[in-house]
Design a protein around this ligand. Structure first.
Ligand SMILES: [Zn+2]
Length: 201
C-alpha cells in the first residue's frame, strides 16, 4: 500500500508557484507520501522537469499527467504525456485517454471548472472526492456522485503553492509503479485520507 497525491501543479501552470525542485525535495523527505502526479493545466512540461529531478532519488515516483480544460470542465488525465488535440470536448479527451491507456478523473466536479452533474454523462475512470482546495461540502457532493456512479473516489491536494502540498492523499493498493497504481485505481483499490484538521479550512 502506498500514499499518492494525484493532483499537483508546478510553476508550469500559469496560476501556480511550486518549483519542481521543491516538489522533489519535499516528496523525498515526506514520511509517508511517496508518489505524486504532476497535473499542470494543459501541459506536461512541468512533469518532464520534475521527473528529470526525481530520477536522481530512490523510492519516489512521479506519475505523468495533466489537468485538461474542456468546454464543460476540468479532467485529469494520468499515465500519458500525449495531450489530446483541440477541440477539447469532454468526449474527445476521454476517448483520447482511453486510446492511450491513460486514466481519467473528474477533477473537483462541484467546484468552479468542474463537470458538475454532467459527469454522469461520461465514462471517466474515477472521481476526485477529496480535493485539497475545496471545502468539505463541495467534496461531499463529489463523494455522493462517486457512490451513485459506482466509481472509485480519489484524492489530490490541487496544490498551487508550496503550503498547499501534502494536505490529502490517496492510499492505493499497489507498489511504486505507474502501471500498477493506475490499474489499482481503475479497480477501486483505493481509499482517501487527509492530513489536515477540518478547522484548517
Ligand atoms: Zn488543479
Amino acid at each position: 500500500m502506498i500514499r499518492v497525491d494525484l493532483h499537483v501543479h508546478t510553476t508550469y501552470s500559469p496560476d501556480a508557484s511550486i518549483n519542481p525542485k521543491t516538489i522533489v525535495d519535499q516528496l523525498y523527505a515526506h514520511p509517508s507520501i511517496k508518489a505524486l502526479a504532476i497535473t499542470d493545466h494543459n501541459t506536461v512540461e512541468g512533469y518532464y522537469k520534475v521527473q528529470e529531478l526525481a530520477s536522481a532519488y530512490p523510492d519516489i515516483l512521479i506519475i505523468p499527467g495533466a489537468e485538461i480544460s474542456t468546454t464543460d470542465g476540468d479532467i485529469i488525465v494520468l499515465g500519458t504525456t500525449a495531450l489530446p488535440a483541440e477541440p477539447r470536448t469532454v468526449k474527445n479527451v476521454i476517448d483520447y485517454a482511453k486510446e492511450k491507456g491513460a486514466l481519467t478523473i473528474a477533477a473537483h466536479p462541484y467546484r468552479a471548472y468542474g463537470l458538475g452533474d454532467l459527469t454522469r454523462k461520461y465514462n471517466v475512470d474515477a472521481i476526485e472526492v477529496l480535493n485539497g482546495a475545496s471545502p468539505p461540502d463541495v467534496n461531499k457532493l463529489a463523494e455522493n456522485l462517486a457512490k451513485e456512479m459506482h466509481l472509485p473516489g480519489v484524492a489530490g491536494s490541487d496544490a498551487h503553492q508550496p503550503t498547499d502540498l501534502w494536505t490529502v492523499y490517496t492510499e492505493v493498493q499497489a507498489s511504486l509503479r505507474v502501471d500498477e497504481i493506475l490499474e489499482a485505481i481503475k479497480q477501486g483499490f483505493v481509499r482517501v485520507g487527509s492530513t489536515r484538521l477540518l478547522t484548517d479550512f
